[in-house]
Write a protein that binds this ligand. Structure first.
Ligand SMILES: [Zn+2]
Length: 43
């Protein structure tokens, strides 16, 4: 099941915080929030 980005709620999420897959972000928002996706886990 595809998860939505919790920020923009439009895009499907591609990343989540490790171990917290209810905090999911699309790539754009992940980069905005964390400036890097290496801290995140791919969905
Ligand atoms: Zn987003």
């Amino acid at each position: 099941m595809a998860q939505e980005c919790i920020i923009c709620e439009n895009n499907n999420a591609n990343y989540c915080i490790k171990g917290m897959d209810n905090y999911s972000y699309c790539k754009e928002c992940a980069l905005q929030q964390f400036s890097d996706v290496s801290l995140l886990q791919r969905l």
